[in-house]
Design a protein around this ligand. Sequence first.
Ligand SMILES: Cc1cc2nc3c(=O)[nH]c(=O)nc-3n(C[C@H](O)[C@H](O)[C@H](O)COP(=O)(O)O)c2cc1C
Length: 189
Amino acid sequence: MEESAIKVTAICGSLRKASIHHGLIRSAIDLSVPGMSIEYVDISSLPMLNTDLEIDDEFPPKVEAFRQKILQSDCFLFASPEYNYTVTAPQKNAIDWASRLPNVWADKAAAVVSAGGSFGGGLSQYSLRQSGVYLDLHFINKPEFYLNAFEDPAKFDDDGNLIDDEAKERLRSVLLALKAFTLRLRGPK
Ligand SMILES: Cc1cc2nc3c(=O)[nH]c(=O)nc-3n(C[C@H](O)[C@H](O)[C@H](O)COP(=O)(O)O)c2cc1C
């Protein structure tokens, strides 16, 4: 990793092995945008949020490790599937754990991408953006990335890998916008 590369934590809202959203994250990593280092962080082992698990002001170890990862990140890439017009339960769980005080999302940049049926998972994006208002998490507005995954030609292979070159270029544009916005938020050194 370059010394000054922006640290991007990528969060996938799907736990499926062949998740197309995890495929979007793998593709984002493969694009190797200069000046960005993208790390996928697995949220599957976080316990379901229950504030009774916070004992003597301490979080469970897996939650604490996740919160530290968020704290040390410069910005975030959410690959956010749409379940029943909103974000998935595992993703909301991860967001909520990191929102416990002190809210470690605060004042950072983020981008969201999704794939799915006709609107390409777009309603999950609006739901996530709404949470971002309370979390003080600043999403880039443009370019938007919704991908209709189920119309021909195929956009993903059977393992969930993105195989569509145009979509890869659109994903690169999202990453470049996230990088520019993160640097703007950081301000002059
Ligand atoms: C419980 C459940 C609810 C879903 N609700 C929606 C929905 O509201 N809108 C939609 O477009 N797709 C919906 N889907 C389809 C998923 O978004 C789609 O399968 C997507 O590929 C899942 O992403 P993944 O491959 O990363 O797991 C739903 C799927 C599940 C399992």
